[in-house]
Design a protein around this ligand. Sequence first.
Ligand SMILES: [Zn+2]
Ligand SMILES: [Zn+2]
Length: 340
Amino acid sequence: MRGGPVKALVFTAPGTMELLDVPEPDPAPGEVVVEVRAAGICGSELHGARRPGFRQPPLIMGHEFAGIGADGEAVVVNPILSCGRCAECRRGLRHVCREREIIGVHRAGGFAERVAVPASALRPLPPGLSWEAAALIEPAANAVHAWNQAGRALGAGGDLGAGGDLGGGGDSGTEGAVGARVAVIGCGAIGLLCAATALSGGAARVEVTDLSPARLAAAQRLGAQVAGPGLSGEYDVVIDAVGSAVTRAASVAHQRPGGVAVWLGLAGEEAGFDGNALIRSEKRVLGSFAYRDEEFAQAMARIGDWDLTWAAGYPLAAAAEVFTGLMNGGLDPLKALLRP
Ligand SMILES: [Zn+2]
Ligand SMILES: [Zn+2]
């Protein structure tokens, strides 16, 4: 199998994805070749293919993937590469490293039969986890980080009236907003995983909004309540998994005084919220990007417990069609996974 050309989905020009034969990956010292078994298509990639910026063609995208390592072991890739030397890395915050690079963004990623990655990026998979679930560990790690961001904010600044077990850490390994009333705006894959993380992390209640009945149904299967097409009440934590001016404004408007909004959606650049509310009601907005290493491990430990029937697998041969269909609308699986 190895040695020949490799089939890969290549971002060749703005709005254009092509299935091409590319040379066999040639691992540099310290790198290994992974045979990809499942790779998730991320909303950020659909956006990035339309408007190159963070991602520049030609590029093999794919930062959410799992496969077989050089010794035949099942692995998932943590795509965050960091320098290990800067102040952020030394503080354990290598996800905001000044020289951060991401596999599938700054170098070839998982939309291929095989890809070379630094050996340091590999994490062994627990036995029995499906390839589909394994490919969802990376997005789930983003959700764990968002939940922990909320917990750190409320634990440090506030009260949930939950008997002092806030922002816990401790034995459970959870440091999320235990006891919080949570709203999640947007039920794409990240929003669903945020809802699942909050529910399994001890939220008192999780309500979700989305315009799509299918997405709301997937959230209900995970145990969330439907708030409606929009939010009405007030919440301790509002997670914005969309990132438009409208949803960002809602995340502030529906946050109780002294609560927290966590933003992970990147749909637009506009903030659109009432800045004075941050002063008069001590509302808070936190950005959440990627995850710390231990959060990646937490996501791996939890992903097997959740209903993931909203993710659909496709052969690599259909990759260009699937990606283009998602990018331009017309194809609507909630989450597409390529299965080389
Ligand atoms: Zn992603
Ligand atoms: Zn660094």
